[in-house]
Write a protein that binds this ligand. Sequence first.
Ligand code: ADP
Length: 367
Amino acid sequence: MAYDLQLSHIGKVYDNGTPAVIDFNLDVEKGEFIAFLGPSGCGKSTTLRMIAGFESISSGDLLIAGRRVNDLPPEKRPTSMIFQNYALFPHMTVRQNVMFGLEVKKLPTADARRKVGRALDMLGLSEVADVRPTRLSGGQRQRIALARSLVMEPDILLLDEPLGALDANLRKSIQNELKLLQRELGITFVFVTHAQSEALALSDRIVVMNAGRVEQVSPPRELYTRPQSIFVARFIGSNTLISGQVRQVGGDAVSIETPFGILRAEPAAQPVATGNAASIVLPAEAMHVLPATMDEAEIRAHHGSNVIPCMINRLQLVGHILQIGMTLPNGEPVSLEGHVDKYRDLLSAGSPGYVAWNPADATLIVQ
Ligand code: ADP
């Protein structure tokens, strides 16, 4: 199959010897929305700049539509990049800003005008076409940057934290616009962010990076339900990690000896053997909290076969949500939220309880 974009064993070592990206592999299909997510300095922007051609590639192959483009300059690649600060020309009007790239490309003026008019229309900028961008809001400037890129008709649009400068409400509405636009145009989007919620809301797949390496490539939901590494388990969502040693492997679930007794979990996509040191990654959403007055066998039958004792410390009602603060037998604090209907009159603060979960809802990661 021909991919729109392929990164094969891509590496980047800066002149000062910093290995910024290490053995990066990714195949992107046409029209996919991909996010690079990870803490500051993990190599997201470097990777994006290598795709755009603004940064040289130290090792590996970069393919666009099946063609190796490692040595092609940015303007010869079918990519367009939007920077965090938008890099608009303050002395030009909105229309002139959007027109600029087409003029550089020496497109006939009538064609360029038509394309710019369409882009301005699509992004709701027609009414401010003859205004200078410095007089406009952050959201409008974001749209100008988008129009300026889209007018070039790229196959791949690269976005480097494009919503970083916007306030939370505006971010949400522009997120929606971006997603709709991307669907409508069918362009491949590669998006850099350090904001989880943004990556989760927008992407078809998320590439989680850590210290120059790819930790996991998954659809958003899978990062929650099936983290493949301890880093991802700690970075995404709200997980409790229970460490132990693998006792038995077989069937769908693995038995692990833990300080809380023998527990079962589904393994991540990696080999597991008896004796391995491992961690159970338990998402807060998978936990059921029950009072200690309930029969343990009944809990096992109805709420999942993994059951451990806990101390319920704090219960707080926020609208329809009950916030539960508890501690595990090793003193580790755990917080979770549940719908009030599920817990109505069931729990009381300062009382012992149980936490139960279905083994299939937790993931085992070998260390
Ligand atoms: P992110 O986008 O995830 O914040 P970057 O790709 O900007 O990360 O940076 C990755 C690593 O490369 C960091 O250690 C950073 O300090 C280093 N780095 C980035 N740009 C340069 C550069 N021009 N020269 C040397 N080191 C750089």
